[in-house]
Design a protein around this ligand. Structure first.
Ligand SMILES: C[C@H](O)[C@@H](O)[C@@H](O)C(=O)CO
Ligand SMILES: [Mn+2]
Length: 597
């Protein structure tokens, strides 16, 4: 990892705190349980560190309480240790009965779970039920975990179903803990009246624990004019771009095409914009060496958005190259963690991208949800009958070039197209993503200031999840989720459909999985129920993790196609009703309110 990457992660990562709770009765009971209880804590920590990684690729760290927790004094000592150690998520583990309210984790801002060993020699699951009733009574949502099958006392293994819940909770808890205290950086203001780019400080502050930072786009002009960037990096980047970013044909009517000279100048501008946007987000120690200590600090941004349209793009090259490169897992500095940047400053799509990124450590595709192509419409204009995952119709996901180049699908997992965490991406795969992308001179009617849009076609067969946050006055944020697949169309069919729209932009053909109910009755219905013009698309079926994260943040989910058996929310959600989990979710989120209010 390069220095600038380390610098970016300098504020460190939240740890997972493990709390082994125990029956406090000495002279027999406690002594007989110490070893088994501590072992549960150790094996939980080992499971987490083995399977989960931080955004810089290092294993997630756990902190185990110094002693088992048999009562309030030990609970308080553990809370002190956790506060000192940077613990952001807690998991309580026990094989036995313990005293509920005396041993519980009382910190309201820490996502919490309890694993009660399912044995019958000692009643871990009875403690679990008792302490969860305490959490419900005290308004502190907690996740409850116990295995389906009864185990023998002293069995040190973690059953598969318990592993799944521990890891699912830990992934979502860490995502919530990591975004806390970071910033959304709004570069510019509202783009073309898009409501999601009215960056809402209450949403970020109260639901995500984040700041909102705002810079005017004139800051880019100042930094370009006054050379407030690393000129050495600029030269390196420009040479790399000439080598690796092939310019595609100009699609503009001949009379409005820009000159070669202007196009070359645009390349220089978009490369500078990319470096500047990154420096604005995370800072750059190099700027301090150049005499710009304040600028070197950056805005502590974990996600940003660029207004672009219209004032900027009416005069300067558009933000597509900058957004696409920052969102990708590689650039002239090599393979690295993606930066999360929302186009058109759509901060609500940016927040969904952030969720997807923190849950998977992979890049996210930003796209317009542009067109529902029914099987009949495709047949009418191309003569082609849609089959396979696409048989019920397709959504055309396409925007003016901000999508991550990882979205080409040129990386592989088990020989199939994939998007991977940066530490699993090979040089060859990064190169293939670049080679599959051409940079088309921007459509000048839309973008008077020129620039370049990335043009690629996502490979089919990737499991994908599209999500989006919408703000509803009177409710607050709600999350929508659609799991599905990217789809390959025969080349001539793709060309006919793509040429009807802006063919200089990247396309993902997406087929949501239908369930036959609600918004997932049909592909048409999914498009019709989408709450805004944009979606964030993640590799993999991550709907269950998104639902767990949303419940931690008290954001209700208004549509999803995740199988009910995969859904994991705090135990108290069931106390709001069990026959209709969707409306119970709304009532629970409303009851608890935002996590940081
Ligand atoms: C060029 C156009 O303004 C596009 O950028 C527009 O279709 C959008 O992406 C709206 O979200
Ligand atoms: Mn858009």
């Amino acid at each position: 990892m390069t220095d600038s990457q380390q610098f970016r992660f300098q504020s460190g990562f939240p740890k997972i705190g493990i709390r082994p709770t125990i029956d406090g009765r000495r002279k027999g009971v406690r002594e007989s349980l110490e070893e088994q209880t501590m072992l549960m804590a150790q094996s939980t920590a080992a499971l987490i560190s083995e399977h989960l990684r931080y955004p810089n690729g290092e294993p997630v760290e756990c902190v185990i309480a110094e002693s088992c927790i048999g009562g309030v004094a030990e609970a308080a000592a553990c809370a002190d240790l956790f506060a000192k150690s940077g613990v952001g998520v807690s998991i309580t583990v026990t094989p036995c009965w313990c005293y509920g309210t005396e041993t519980m984790d009382m910190d309201p801002a820490i996502p919490k779970a309890v694993w009660g060993f399912n044995g019958t020699e000692r009643p871990g699951a009875v403690y679990l039920a008792a302490v969860l009733s305490g959490y419900a009574q005290k308004g502190l949502p907690a996740f409850g975990i116990y295995g389906e099958d009864v185990m023998d006392s002293g069995d040190p293994t973690i059953p598969q179903d318990v592993q799944g819940k521990l890891l699912g909770f830990a992934r979502a808890g860490l995502a919530a803990a990591y975004m806390r205290g970071k910033a959304y950086l709004s570069m510019g203001s509202v783009s073309m009246g898009i409501a999601g780019s009215i960056v809402n400080d209450s949403f970020f502050q109260e639901y995500l624990g984040m700041r909102t930072e705002y810079v005017d786009m004139t800051e880019f002009v100042r930094r370009m004019d006054e050379t407030i960037y690393d000129p050495g990096e600029f030269e390196k980047a420009l040479a790399w771009v000439k080598e690796n970013c092939a310019e595609g044909p100009d699609n503009n009517p001949e009379e409005i095409q820009t000159s070669r000279e202007r196009k070359d100048q645009d390349w220089e501008t978009v490369v500078k914009m990319t470096i500047i946007a990154r420096d604005l987000m995370i800072g750059n120690p190099k700027l301090a060496e150049l005499g710009y200590e304040e600028e070197a600090q950056g805005h502590h941004a974990i996600v940003s958005g660029f207004q672009g349209q219209r004032q900027w793009t009416d005069h300067f090259p558009n933000g597509d190259f900058m957004e696409a490169m920052l969102n990708s897992s590689f650039d002239w500095n090599g393979i690295r963690a993606p930066h999360i940047v929302a186009t058109e400053n759509d901060s609500l799509n940016g927040a969904a991208m952030l969720f997807g990124y923190l849950l998977t450590n992979t890049a996210q595709i930003f796209a317009d949800v542009r067109t529902y192509w029914s099987p009949d419409s495709v047949k009418r204009v191309t003569g082609h009958t849609l089959t396979g995952a696409a048989e019920n119709g397709l959504l055309h996901l396409i925007n003016s070039g901000p999508a991550t180049l990882d979205g080409t699908g040129e990386q592989q997992k088990d020989g199939k197209p994939a998007m991977k965490p940066f530490w699993d991406i090979t040089q060859d795969e990064a190169q293939k993503c670049l080679d599959a992308t051409s940079w088309r001179p921007a459509s000048v009617e839309y973008f008077r200031g020129g620039g370049y849009s990335s043009d690629f076609l996502t490979r089919g067969g990737m499991p994908m999840t599209m999500s989006r946050i919408n703000l509803v006055k009177g409710i607050g944020p709600v999350l929508q989720i659609a799991e599905g697949y990217s789809v390959d169309l025969p080349e001539e069919v793709h060309n006919v459909l793509d040429l009807r729209t802006d063919s200089t932009w990247p396309t993902t053909w997406f087929a949501p999985i239908l369930t036959g109910a609600g918004a997932f009755r049909s592909v048409y219905e999914v498009m019709d129920q989408w709450g805004a013009n944009h979606g964030s698309i993640s590799y993999g079926h991550i709907g269950a993790d998104l639902i767990t994260l949303a419940s931690i943040l008290r954001i209700p989910v208004n549509m999803h196609n995740v199988p009910e058996t995969d859904i994991f929310r705090p135990r108290a959600w069931g106390l709001f009703g069990t026959a209709n989990p969707e409306s119970a979710d709304y009532r629970a989120c409303h009851n608890y309110g935002p996590l940081y209010k």
